[in-house]
Design a protein around this ligand. Structure first.
Ligand code: PAF
Length: 288
């Protein structure tokens, strides 16, 4: 398989598309990994999956303002493009797209998406407008890159469900590839936000995944979601520095709560919790 060896970085849509047009002339399959930078092993696992399947991988780095419902969170979002480029080059990335805001939004994006209710729970409830912003940027990026496959992590489980939904609903010709959560050695799910945790909070935060895996291991001993919620609230207490925003159990596709834990559908336990002023999310699939 012919591969590009030197990583190229583009800041404009025109320059990126010019390069992609040349590549696509020789029937290149383009894989796409959209990111907001502050790259970690989780992002690199997406790149690795693409490199296994596609002739060439485009990674985008763009901190998308429209998906932040909290201005402070947008401003504090970690940014280090130079380091990201070094990481991507060593990982064998082919093309990086680093647009500025004007390039992506020459005009304000006023599109409002229909997510069939998938945005009415969990992250959608806690972060109003967040998924509309994600859909705005992801559909724009898909239109620019026109990848055959795009890679997303299970860590942002609700985002993945929503992207799968809009791809189907709006007939976007791209295959969505879901990749497993990558965890630090302590079990903490990798996230760009982890860099904002002080050392002791980072150590404490490993308890989040421990609680989720305890629930998975003892799944059959819990009789209801309420019982699970009580267990989670008892483990992640304010006294220990946690501020639990939600713990929900939902159907993997519909994101609806199951009628009972015994229902034979794929159920995912999802959590959002604050620690040291940083909001972390994680999830575990109870049936896989
Ligand atoms: O998951 C993320 O990092 C972002 O939501 C995404 C998909 C890159 C859109 O900005």
């Amino acid at each position: 398989m012919h591969r590009i060896t030197v990583m190229k970085v583009f800041n404009t849509i025109a320059a990126l598309q010019n390069e992609l047009a040349l590549l696509k002339r020789t029937s290149f399959n383009v894989g796409f990994v959209p990111t907001m930078g502050a790259l970690h092993e989780g992002h690199l696992s997406l790149l690795k999956s693409s490199k296994e399947k596609d002739h060439c991988t485009v990674v985008s780095i763009f901190v998308n303002p429209t998906q932040f419902n909290d201005k402070n969170d947008f401003e504090k979002y970690p940014r280090n493009v130079d380091k990201d480029l070094e990481i991507l080059e060593s990982a064998g990335c082919n093309i990086v797209f680093v647009p500025n805001e004007k390039e992506i939004y020459p005009e304000p994006d006023t599109r409002v998406f229909d997510f069939g209710g998938l945005d009415q729970v969990m992250e959608g409830q806690c972060r109003p407008g967040h998924f509309n912003g994600v859909a705005q940027v992801v559909t724009r990026l898909f239109k620019i890159v026109k990848p055959c496959r795009a890679y997303f992590g299970y860590k942002d489980f609700q985002q993945l469900a929503i992207i799968r939904f809009i791809v189907k609903k709006y007939n976007i010709p791209v295959e969505i590839v879901a990749c497993p959560i990558v965890r630090e050695s302590t079990g903490l799910a990798m996230s760009s936000r982890n860099t904002r945790l002080c050392e002791s909070d980072r150590a404490k935060a490993s308890k989040i995944s421990k609680v989720l895996f305890y629930l998975k291991d003892r799944y059959n001993s819990f009789h209801s979601v309420k019982e699970m919620q009580a267990y989670v609230a008892g483990e992640l207490t304010l006294n220990d520095g946690f501020d639990l925003e939600y713990f929900e159990v939902v159907d993997e596709e519909t994101l609806l709560p199951p009628d009972s834990l015994q229902q034979p559908v794929s159920k995912v336990g999802c959590i959002a919790v604050w620690i040291g002023g940083v909001r972390l999310i994680d999830n575990v699939n109870f049936l896989s």
